[in-house]
Design a protein around this ligand. Structure first.
Ligand code: ZN
Length: 180
């Protein structure tokens, strides 16, 4: 971002400009932060437990644009599912619970880092606000893609199942006829 007084490029963390010493208005930072988070700002900043995270798991990470953590959770679900035996569901439940208790603080930290990145790249306050709005908030795209994949896989297995039933019925008839 740039200093409002001397226009020099300064870090987003400072409260005073290191070049001219003018006090940097941190109110702006809160506005950026609010714009970045978008809807449910009050809930996310005041509650420590996230019900959305508990119910929607990795989908909620994607919805809130936390791609890395979302992918980590998705991969660990696969690993747990394929490599753990009887306790899989119990472990997944406790993992989800742990994530739900930490989700909001992780999310806020993620937002703070991303807003600071934007502030360090851009000099103009209006542009920073614009970028916060564009890069922050929520996205429904990954949920739609996931639904399409799930529907695709389900219909694939459905068609495959129906085909298997038909062929087994046909085969049975052939066997019956040939034995008669
Ligand atoms: Zn300055």
């Amino acid at each position: 971002m740039k200093c409002i007084n001397c226009n020099k490029r300064i870090s987003s963390e400072v409260t005073f400009c290191p070049y001219c010493g003018v006090s940097i208005n941190q109110e702006f930072s809160i506005d950026y932060f609010k714009t970045y988070i978008g809807n449910n700002y009050d809930i996310l900043t005041t509650k420590s437990f996230s019900w959305n995270s508990l119910f929607f798991g990795f989908i909620y990470f994607f919805y809130r644009k936390m791609w890395v953590l979302g992918i980590i959770e998705l991969l660990s679900l696969f690993i747990f599912y394929f490599y753990l035996g009887n306790y899989t569901y119990l472990i997944i439940f406790f993992m989800n619970l742990f994530i739900a208790f930490n989700f909001n603080s992780w999310y806020l930290e993620d937002c703070r880092l991303k807003v600071n990145l934007i502030k360090d790249q851009e000099l103009d306050n209006n542009k920073i606000m614009e970028l916060c709005k564009k890069k922050g908030g929520v996205t429904k795209t990954p949920i739609i893609i996931l639904l399409i994949i799930i529907m695709g896989v389900t219909s694939f297995y459905f068609v495959k199942g129906v085909k298997n039933i038909i062929t087994s019925v046909v085969n049975e008839n052939i066997i019956r006829r040939s034995t008669i």
